[in-house]
Design a binder for this molecule. Structure first.
Ligand SMILES: [Zn+2]
Length: 200
């Protein structure tokens, strides 16, 4: 029976597929952040991607590193990721130029929705300031880039993971695997007690 798995913290969990409970050395993690996601066998990778994308859809997150090159959002990502692309922000009457996309080095750079507006992580190199900035800020005098931003907002509103969401939300939710306490043990490491997975 097809089930849905909700992403979770993968730290200290058994190396088993969360769909079929198979214990395999080859299981892989479909992650949203480091050690947060779904663990699957080869056979259930597609289910893992579907359920991770459904979770991102529900929480209004879009990972710019995993958008395919032929996706409608791709021209927007290409534009904001260019090293020389900057935008400006007015805050308390002060107009500041030179804001850039803040890229996460671990490939978890997310466009998010905040206060009903889609935003990108941004930073101002001259001051080191960081903030989530609305896509509206990227609309400037240039008609070509304005069209790209407009199209991106429409695409994000439709939901880039909508197909995965629709496929996932009709499925019964699989109860999380219970951590087997026999698999977890406390050992001393450098004089400090640490919890670890027992080698079986
Ligand atoms: Zn499996």
């Amino acid at each position: 029976m097809a089930v849905r798995v909700i992403p979770k913290n993968l730290c200290m969990r058994k190396m088993v597929c969360e769909y079929c409970d198979m214990k395999l050395e080859t299981v892989k993690d479909i992650v949203i952040l480091r050690l947060f996601g779904i663990r699957t066998c080869d056979e259930h990778v597609k289910c893992g991607i579907r359920d991770v994308e459904a979770y991102l859809h529900e929480n209004n997150y879009v990972n710019i590193n995993t958008v395919s090159l032929d996706h409608k959002l791709s021209p927007f990502i290409d534009m904001i990721a260019k090293p020389d692309f900057t935008f400006s922000e007015s805050f308390n009457g002060i107009h500041e130029k030179g804001w850039k996309l803040l890229v996460d080095p671990t490939e978890f750079t997310y466009i998010i929705k905040r206060n009903m507006q889609w935003c990108i992580p941004a930073y101002l190199p001259s001051k080191g300031d960081q903030m989530y900035m609305s896509l509206i800020n990227l609309i400037n005098g240039d008609p070509t880039s304005n069209t790209i931003v407009d199209n991106a907002i429409k695409t994000l509103e439709k939901g880039i993971y909508i197909d995965s969401y629709n496929a996932s939300c009709g499925l019964a939710e699989k109860p999380p695997l219970s951590d087997d306490p026999k698999l977890i043990e406390t050992i001393m490491h450098n004089g400090v007690p640490v919890r670890c997975v027992r080698n079986m």
